[in-house]
Structure formats: structure tokens, C-alpha cells
Design a protein around this ligand. Structure first.
Ligand code: HEM
Length: 299
């Protein structure tokens, strides 16, 4: 263990994971409150000022919601910088020094990338492809932050074999597909962030069903894996899979409810929070299982 579990460094590593997830939720709130163009330009908020100004045409509430999301990126940036310093100091004697430092450096680069992508999103009037790109980049940054935390704090791993070894990476890829399909549903739906914003133009019903079918495939795969893990006596992995099943079932329930009730903002926000939990859990599962052919290099 390179970093003690209860130390400030460990807390900063956990904070980084939390803030990477929080950025998805605050970004979603910008969209759901119709504040996507609350700051109509970038990097300034409004021409001539980096912060919202009194009597701004977009309205104070929209301007501050959008500006608040920009501010969170700064907090995240400084947290990632602190983590880089921790990674450099603590990895001096580590075997996988290069990997730890690369993971930390990629966090900083990724957050800078988020800032630039945020700018492109505003300048393209919230084009759905850039909004989806924002989400997907966040997903990779969450994965990187979790991996870094595992490298530095240590991990309880369980050797897995056979079907489980093969299928845990399948579970990760399938989850990634579900998330990407979800962003296409969002880009085809009503919560664009501003009435000026373009939409993908896909039929929302069709893309929602494709997204939900992928979720059903994910649920079935998880159920089979859970059964096999119990049969093989892999207790740790079995427990992680059982919790994963509960999370995806709850998330699926929110998904169907929001779909059939006309996408109320509160449920869409809950679905967004759920998506970060689903992803964080499946990525941690891959770390614990130390499974994954080519995926292992990334986890
Ligand atoms: C494991 C289960 C699920 C996961 C991880 C998941 C994940 C996601 C993600 C990541 C998004 C995009 C969020 C964004 O871009 O801001 C999304 C959107 C959406 N999902 Fe799911 N989803 C799941 C299940 C379902 C199910 C079963 C349905 C049922 C039809 C559903 C319906 C929707 C709808 C309608 C949207 C668009 C919401 C909007 O307009 O913003 N989801 N989902």
C-alpha cells in the first residue's frame, strides 16, 4: 500500500473520483434547467466578463448555474494537480511508477480537455455530439481516477478463472455501450439545455428501445455471471455482482419510469446519478477481479 487508507492523500484520491462523477451531475443540471447557454460565450461568460454580470440577458439564475458548472471544473483541476503531486511522491519506489504517474497526468489533461470541450459545446450552441462527448470523456476520467486510487491505496483482489475471467470485460464493454446509447437518447430527446440547440434527429422511441434492449442484455449477462460465481465459490466477486445487479435493476426502473412519464427533470437527474454509480461499480469490479485480457492494461 503506497498511501495509507485514512490519510489526507487517500481522501484526495477519493475526492477526485467523487468530483469526476459530480461533474456529470452538475453538467446534467445545466441541461435540465435549460441553462446550457446561461453563459453564452467561452472562455468569457458574457462578452467582456469572465463572470456573470447583473442584468445579463440570459437571466441571473441560468447564468450562475452554467458558471457554477465552469467553477467546478477549476476545483476538479486543482484536486487533480494535488493528486499528481501525491502520485509523483508516493510512486518513487513503486514497481508500476510509470503507470501511476501516467494515470495521474491523464486526469489533469482530461480535465483540460473537458474545459475545451465545454467551450466547443457553448460555441456550437450545445450540439448533442459535443454534449455526449462531454459525458463520455467524464466516464473515462472516472475510470482513470478509480484505477489510480486502486494503484495507490491497494486493492483486495480475487483471482478469477474460466467463464468469469472472460465475461467481466464483456460486462464492462456492454455497460459502456449502454451509456453511449443513453447519450444518443438524450441527444434525441427534449432536454437539450436551450431551445436553440440542435438534436440528433433520431426517433426518440426507437433509440430508447435500443438503449433499453442493451440494458436487458446487461442484466441477463450479470445474472448468469452471478450464478456462475456462486457455483465456483468466488464470494467476493459474487457479492460485487449481486450489488451490481441491484444497481442496474434500480437504474432500469428509473429509466422506464422516466420514459413512460414524459421525462420529468427530477427523474432524468436521478438516472444521470445512477449512470455514474453503474459505471463506477462495474469498473471497480473489473479491478477487483483483475480480469480482462486486453482490458487489463487499462483497468
Ligand atoms: C443499467 C441501466 C441504464 C443505464 C446505465 C442508463 C444510462 C443512461 C445514460 C448514461 C443516459 C444519458 C445521460 C446523458 O447523456 O445525460 C441515459 C439516458 C436515458 N435513458 Fe437510460 N440507462 C439505463 C436504463 C434505461 C432504461 C431501461 C430505459 C428505458 C427506456 C432508459 C431510458 C433513458 C432515457 C429516456 C434517456 C434520455 C433522458 C434525457 O432525455 O435526458 N434508460 N441513460
Amino acid at each position: 500500500m503506497l498511501v495509507q487508507r485514512k490519510s489526507i492523500s487517500a481522501k484526495l484520491l477519493s475526492l477526485l473520483v467523487f468530483l469526476q462523477g459530480a461533474l456529470i451531475v452538475t453538467g446534467g443540471s445545466v441541461r435540465l434547467t435549460g441553462s446550457g447557454l446561461g453563459c453564452p460565450t467561452w472562455p468569457e461568460c458574457t462578452p467582456g466578463s469572465y463572470t456573470p454580470i447583473p442584468n445579463q440577458a440570459e437571466g441571473q439564475l441560468h447564468a450562475w448555474i452554467e458558471f457554477g458548472n465552469r467553477l467546478l471544473t477549476f476545483v476538479l483541476f486543482f484536486c487533480a494537480l494535488a493528486v499528481v503531486i501525491i502520485a509523483i511522491r508516493k510512486s518513487k519506489i513503486a514497481e508500476n511508477k510509470q503507470r501511476i504517474r501516467s494515470l495521474a497526468g491523464l486526469q489533469v489533461l482530461g480535465i483540460l480537455g473537458q474545459g475545451i470541450l465545454g467551450g466547443i459545446t457553448v460555441l456550437t450552441d450545445l450540439h448533442p455530439a459535443t454534449v455526449a462527448g462531454h459525458y463520455i470523456l467524464s466516464i473515462f476520467l472516472i475510470a482513470g481516477a478509480i484505477s489510480l486510487r486502486y494503484e495507490l491505496i491497494g486493492k483486495k483482489t480475487q483471482e478469477v478463472e474460466g467463464v468469469i475471467k472472460f465475461f467481466i470485460p464483456v460486462l464492462v464493454w456492454l455497460t459502456l455501450l449502454v451509456l453511449i446509447a443513453g447519450t444518443v437518447v438524450t441527444g434525441s430527446g427534449p432536454h437539450a439545455g436551450d431551445e436553440k440547440a440542435e438534436r440528433f434527429g433520431f426517433d426518440p422511441r426507437t433509440v430508447s428501445w435500443i438503449h433499453a434492449d442493451l440494458v436487458i442484455a446487461l442484466i441477463v449477462t450479470t445474472l448468469i455471471l452471478l450464478f456462475v460465481a456462486r457455483q465456483m465459490g468466488s464470494i467476493e466477486i459474487g457479492n460485487c455482482l449481486a450489488v451490481f445487479l441491484i444497481i442496474i435493476l434500480a437504474q432500469g426502473l428509473i429509466g422506464y419510469t422516466q420514459y413512460f412519464t414524459g421525462l420529468p427533470e427530477a427523474l432524468v437527474a436521478a438516472h444521470l446519478i445512477g449512470s455514474t454509480l453503474v459505471w463506477g461499480w462495474v469498473w471497480s469490479l473489473a479491478k477487483i477481479a483483475q480480469s480482462g485480457f486486453k482490458l487489463q492494461r487499462f483497468t
